[in-house]
Ligand binder design. Structure first.
Ligand code: HEC
Length: 198
């Protein structure tokens, strides 16, 4: 019995000690370019989906009217397109994130475009809360709930014909072509080329 207890205690101690060694010396994946952990997708997505199922609002409080879709497209350009791409141009760096930022105007089988197969309440939850340990921000302090619904309804309708003014907004290039002022301080301000930064 005594031997069993000692074995049990040593066994229990080995687990945290092993974990400390692994984190220090085992080179766990930390770079975007590293391969994923076994079951990493499941570990992250199972609890995320359970939380969304429990909390996502079932009905949108506003309609996908032309006015709301156009407002959604303006918000999308300013807050989302840098990572999630435009119609039909992909983000330059969204695919180089880990996890990557899905391109929300890309068709991907069965007529689905981006997250058009997700209920708008699910997208609203993701926009409002963000997705932890990914590049997906929480927009709760950046957009008001109506704006979050407008962009969520836009994405839910990405597979349907959109009003032409909304489509126009999604088709214009994100970055304005600017030339540096002739004073010679050309390289210091790359931020000057971005549009709509808050
Ligand atoms: C800084 C980059 C970044 C910005 C800006 C950003 N996102 Fe994301 N977003 C991500 C990443 C990365 C993921 C992938 C998260 C994951 O795999 O769990 C993601 C995931 C999502 C998803 C889930 C996609 C899926 O396939 O289930 C939706 C919907 C979404 N974002 C919408 C938005 C909207 C709407 C905005 C703007 C209001 C926005 N995002 C702004 C990086 C970004």
């Amino acid at each position: 019995m005594k031997g069993f207890l000692i074995g049990l205690i040593v066994g229990l101690l080995l687990v945290p000690i092993g974990a400390v060694f692994y984190f220090h010396f085992g080179h766990p994946p930390v770079a975007v370019a590293d391969p994923s952990f076994p079951m990493e997708q499941q570990v992250v997505h199972v609890p995320l989906n359970a939380r969304i199922d429990a909390e996502a609002p079932k009905n949108a409080p506003i309609e996908p009217s032309p006015v709301n879709l156009q407002a959604g497209a303006l918000i999308y350009r300013q807050q989302c397109a840098a990572c999630h791409g435009l119609y039909p141009t992909a983000s330059s760096f969204g695919g180089s994130m880990y996890p990557d930022a899905p391109q929300l105007w890309s068709p991907h089988g069965h007529g689905v475009v981006g997250v058009s197969d997700d209920p708008p309440g699910e997208t609203f939850w993701k926009v409002d809360n963000g997705i932890r340990l990914t590049g997906m921000p929480s927009f709760r302090k950046i957009l008001n709930p109506t704006q979050e619904w407008q962009v969520s309804l836009l994405l839910a309708n990405a597979d349907k014909p959109l009003p032409s003014d909304t489509l126009y907004l999604l088709q214009q290039p994100l970055y304005a072509q600017v030339t540096p002022p002739s004073s010679g301080s050309a390289s210091a301000t790359p931020a000057a080329t971005t549009e709509g930064a808050k």
